[in-house]
Design a protein around this ligand. Structure first.
Ligand SMILES: [Zn+2]
Ligand SMILES: [Zn+2]
Length: 353
């Protein structure tokens, strides 16, 4: 499979980001990203203005981040030609994104703010919405803000990548629980704004240039064919990436700690191979195996239905699957989360695990 690396969930000057699109694309190119998924608040204006496309060696995809009337329930919507309407409930915009052929991800679902009452959190509350494709399991900006205190703010400001550890436990638990019922795709977002005082009342300077943010939490997609990277191929290239995301052919990684390229996780039985995002009826104990391969040694946790099934340290591992479940893999470098796969779901004929 061909692996491409993208930064998802980025704000530009079209909403509350501070960067112009050419500067954001240049920053992505300089750190070697293949694609960018821009998501300004409540507007597809940058797409209407013609910015979407191959911009040199970076594919710029444009969606938007929707919120409801109370500024709650942030939702990342991609693959749309027009917005889904305003003054509607979260349940309704989730439904409309799918109906219009788009792909949607719940943004920062369990966001918390302990120390900054002037910057409230925006956790997801509309869990009865049904048609979301996935959730942003890891959001760089949310994690950075959540741990911020008066004591550590200077350190965190100077080293915005060092304090990023792992996706929130409650989000992972929630993700695993939903995955028992139906496919739900995990992505990683940066939520880059290159904020000024908007994020931190105490510094009136640019916090986190885009280029710095682009070195950390990424979503890697795995494609069966190569991107053509031409103007003519843009639409088909774009849907290769979007469909990989929709189908869960992707994983989340933090490149700051080590290069995650080459990670592989698949299951195989005598007659089939399953990739991340796939579902199959469980064929019986011992009839299917999980295969894990990493670009370097790490502490690996194999998770089944939210429970730790096995932990080992190494680069390669194969294990027989004893039971049905939503299976996924995490790789850690010491106490830092590095790679988080999507699920391979093995269940019963009704699609549940
Ligand atoms: Zn948001
Ligand atoms: Zn955002």
């Amino acid at each position: 499979m061909y692996e491409y690396i993208g930064a998802v969930h980025i704000h530009s000057r079209y909403s509350d980001g501070t960067g112009e699109i050419p500067d954001i694309v240049r920053a992505a190119s300089e750190v070697g990203l293949d694609f960018l998924m821009l998501s300004d608040h409540n507007t597809l204006r940058p797409k209407i203005d013609g910015w979407e496309g191959w911009r040199d060696d970076v594919m710029l995809l444009i969606g938007y981040e929707i919120n409801d009337r109370k500024d709650l329930n942030h939702y990342l919507a991609f693959g749309l030609d027009k917005t889904v309407g305003v003054r509607i409930s979260a349940q309704e915009y989730v439904r409309r994104v799918r109906k219009q052929g788009g792909i949607g991800f719940i943004a920062h679902p369990d966001e918390q703010r302990r120390s900054m009452p002037e910057h409230p959190a925006y956790p997801w509350q509309a869990w009865d919405a049904e048609d979301f494709d996935g959730i942003e399991i890891w959001n760089h900006m949310s994690e950075w803000m959540e741990g911020l205190t008066d004591e550590n703010k200077f350190q965190r400001f100077l080293h915005p990548l060092k304090s990023i550890t792992a996706p929130p436990d409650e989000t992972l638990r929630r993700w695993d629980a939903i995955a028992r019922e139906r496919p739900v795709i995990g992505i990683g977002g940066t939520d880059a704004h290159a904020h000024k005082a908007d994020v931190m009342g105490f510094f009136d300077v640019e916090v986190f240039p885009y280029k710095v943010m682009f070195k950390s939490v990424h979503t890697h997609v795995l494609l069966e064919e190569k991107l053509q990277r031409t103007e003519e191929s843009f639409e088909s290239d774009k849907w290769l990436v979007y469909n990989a995301l929709r189908n869960g052919r992707c994983f989340v990684a933090n490149s700051y700690h080590a290069d995650p390229r080459g990670f592989s996780f698949f299951a195989n039985s005598a007659d089939e191979t399953l990739q991340q995002g796939d579902f199959a009826e469980f064929p019986g104990a011992g009839k299917i195996a999980l295969n894990i391969e990493l670009p370097q040694e790490a502490r690996v946790r194999v998770i089944c239905n939210g429970e730790l099934f096995k932990e080992f340290t190494g680069r390669e591992h194969t294990c027989s699957v004893p039971r049905a479940g939503a299976w996924r893999v995490e790789a850690w470098l010491e106490d830092k989360g590095w790679i988080f796969s999507n699920h391979i779901r093995l269940g019963s004929a009704d699609g549940k695990c």
